[in-house]
Design a protein around this ligand. Structure first.
Ligand code: GLN
Length: 520
């Protein structure tokens, strides 16, 4: 490594490697484009009366269905995206190709044609799949094993995500709705182009992370072909895979709706992933690796519960805000979409404070493991729904409910998210076997995608059971679930074999090429 490059990658800013800020701004623009497009999507699909800015005029049920599949697919694609990085490209190149695909995807959406619409969405799904898990894994790669700054680094990165989302909700939302949908989509493309420029310019700060897998990694016994050959030889595991596939086919014939075969495809995909995960588990060399892998998979269950409840924000809570909440403030009616911005705004305000709180607690020797934080986060988020219960009772009495309930609910949701989500990202980079680091990040995002789908299913059932019952049910379930995780904390932590013990501040000038030192 030349001295100039060595100095660049050792540089720090505000106590963190400069590479963190390169990834921060790249992800900020990527999320700007993603959330900008997301803010417009359903509105564009259902619009049919505005002659100046015509949409596609779909039914709301059709739009919500496309929206559900789309938001799930972008995250599910993180699995192949992660595998491509682990086995072929390395994360750094995968992020680059992902960013290029996203510029093309958002760019094409600027054309007012149906082929452009579907082509653009498909490219965005592929682009996010390549970029999102791999950029997150690279953040982890900036820190050495045992560096307590890693969790904080992820919290800073998380601010970038939400800064992008906050700006996009206001800017792209306004341009798309008021000036023209396709201008909004085009703007998202320009933002992604900015992200790409930041990323390319910042390469010198990322020399030690996300590099191509070595020939040894590529040719090891864990190739896909080998994993499947092993699977065929293992009757129990093969049985599980075939059972999931059989259920998928059953779903195709029996589920209602045009998307029933979509579910078949989803189950076949889940079977494929389950097969890979079981074989990876079997092939891991030591019991320590195996146990850690198991804890990681269990933590994905927390992730599904968390997002299954949290993501009511985009559906049920949004409709509740629009239909049942008094949004007048000093003679001005606050638009429904602005309430969505509360989450991103609270994150920007609170992220470093909450990360600092946990780090200080841990340094004092108090419980601060990732699983504990994720459980506490799920409970705090769940308790946020108590305010929605109050809102629903107020609505039942007065015919409208006050907006401060929503503000409080979003505040609790955000604090819960900050205890859980950046921590989960960091946790994966601590526990995943190095050669499967991106794949496991991909599985994590796919779990959040499944959580989104669960949220949709729960939200839909509100028409049957009523909002009061749904909000109460979510509160009770999440609190009990969080308590159960805390009860099981000791054995679960034992299975991590000290992956989070003795964390302390470590800086990049201590050793060179720490990525290697990280190999467990
Ligand atoms: N809001 C976060 C992001 O956009 C979380 C997304 C997720 O984990 N599904 O990155």
């Amino acid at each position: 490594m030349s001295t100039a490059i060595k100095q660049a990658h050792q540089k720090e800013l505000f106590g963190h490697p400069v590479g963190l800020y390169v990834l921060f701004f790249t992800e900020m623009w990527e999320r700007f484009s993603y959330y900008g497009m997301r803010a417009l999507l359903t509105l564009y699909l259902v619009e049919k009366t505005n002659a100046d800015n015509p949409g596609l005029g779909w039914l709301s049920s059709e739009s919500i269905m496309l929206y559900g599949w789309y938001t799930m697919l972008v995250y599910v694609m993180s699995i192949p995206g992660g595998m491509i990085a682990d086995k072929i490209l390395g994360q750094k190149k995968a992020v680059l190709y992902g960013a290029l695909t996203l510029v093309a995807g958002h760019g094409i959406l600027a054309f007012d044609e149906m082929w452009a619409f579907y082509g653009g969405l498909a490219l965005i799904v592929l682009g996010v799949g390549l970029l999102k898990p791999n950029i997150s894994t690279m953040v982890g790669g900036l820190y050495k094993q045992g560096d307590i700054r890693r969790d904080k680094g992820f919290s800073i990165f998380y601010i970038g995500i939400n800064l992008g989302s906050l700006l996009a909700t206001f800017i792209v939302g306004y341009v798309g709705e008021k000036i023209g949908w396709h201008y909004g989509f085009g703007l998202a493309g320009i933002a992604m182009l900015l992200g790409l420029v930041v990323y390319m310019y910042g390469q010198k700060f990322l020399v030690t992370v996300g590099n191509k897998p070595t020939t040894e990694d590529k040719n090891d016994d864990a190739s896909l072909g080998k994993l499947f050959a092993d699977l065929v030889k293992s009757p129990i595991n093969l049985g599980v895979v075939l059972l999931i596939i059989a259920y998928g086919i059953y779903a195709g014939f029996t589920y209602n709706g045009v998307d029933s075969w979509g579910y078949t495809a989803l189950y076949i995909f889940i079977a494929f992933v389950a097969g890979i995960l079981m074989m990876i588990y079997k092939n891991l060399e030591t019991q320590v690796f195996k146990d850690r892998f198991l804890v990681l998979l269990l933590s994905f269950l927390i992730v599904i519960v968390f997002w299954g409840a949290f993501e009511q924000a985009g559906g049920l809570m949004s409709i509740y805000t629009k239909q049942n909440t008094d949004r007048m403030l000093m003679g001005f009616e606050i638009p429904t979409t602005w309430f969505q911005g509360l989450n991103a705004g609270f994150i920007i305000l609170l992220a470093t404070f909450i990360a600092g709180f946990w780090a200080k607690r841990k340094l004092k020797g108090k419980e601060g493991s990732s699983l504990f934080k994720m459980a506490v986060g799920t409970m705090i988020m769940g308790l946020g729904f108590v305010f929605m219960i109050f809102a629903a009772s107020e609505y039942a009495e007065n015919g409208s409910s006050s907006m401060h309930w929503l503000v409080l609910a979003y505040l609790f949701h955000t604090v819960g998210e900050l205890c859980s989500s950046p921590v989960a990202l960091s946790f994966i980079t601590k526990l995943a076997p190095v050669k499967y680091a991106s794949l496991m990040m991909g599985v994590y995002f796919a779990a959040t995608g499944l959580g989104n789908k669960v949220a949709g299913v729960i939200g839909e059932s509100a028409s049957e059971f009523g909002e009061y019952a749904i909000f109460s049910g979510i509160t009770i379930f999440t609190v009990i679930f969080g308590l159960l995780v805390i009860l099981l904390l000791k054995p679960l932590k034992r299975l991590t074999h000290g992956a989070e013990d003795n964390e302390r501040e470590m800086h990049n000038d201590e050793t060179e090429g720490f990525e290697l030192a990280d190999k467990q």
